[in-house]
Write a protein that binds this ligand. Sequence first.
Ligand code: PEP
Ligand code: MN
Length: 275
Amino acid sequence: MKNLKLASRETHERTAVTVAGIEVGRNFAVIAGPCSVESEEQVLETARAVKAAGANMFRGGAFKPRTSPYAFQGLGMRGLRILAKARQETGLPIVTEVIDPRDVCWVAEFADVLQIGTRNMQNFSLLKEVGKSNRPVLLKRGMYSTLEEWLNCAEYILSEGNPDVILCERGIRTFETYTRNTLDLSAVPAIKELTHLPIIIDPTHSTGRISLIGPMSLAAVAAGADGLIIEVHHNPSEALCDADQALTPDTFADLMSRLRTLKSFLDQQPCRGDR
Ligand code: PEP
Ligand code: MN
């Protein structure tokens, strides 16, 4: 891809992005937590559960980009304070979304990783702003975007001086309606051919179906993904956002144990090539 200077695989060795001691790209990252921060009790209970199950980062949105203006928009600053408590109590680094360039500076004070959501992938002023911050960025693929458009967005962040970009495939829009989006799992090996940046998979937003999250997580590991981001809620039926796709802590723990089994099996196999 000729426009890529800093993101290109041709000119750069494989990058690992370090988040609180976890080298994403070398260590498998499992980011888990609710779609949105709703209350201190909800966040702390879910954070304790995902930590016990083996997650190494915690997610939760304090700013929610919602399709409807009448839907829950997140707790904002109050939500960030709750996330800080979860980090203090569990030690898990926090991944949280930023949706407005004016907020980047102070959201970065609470977040260990700044998430750019699918709807903002090509919000260039937001990309430039996170490119100036000293926090790693989780850049989700735009739901209508090609790999080339996505990597050019990573290039925006890198070219502002921030080298720490983690890509996240979260499904794209196709004619299929059974699933919320269509998970493009081929993005994993394709991205590894094109760029040195790590790539993780979001099986939650790509499928929108609890029954498909486990199989797609396992498939992501087999495809060589560097991690997963999975929504977990201590009481999914009461979630204010994305209730239909959140795993319970028990289901998540069960999935984690299957992931560990698969990972250790794959790690024992001699691997030719890049994986
Ligand atoms: C989310 O992670 O909760 C989210 C809104 O994701 P996406 O931007 O992929 O829809
Ligand atoms: Mn969500």
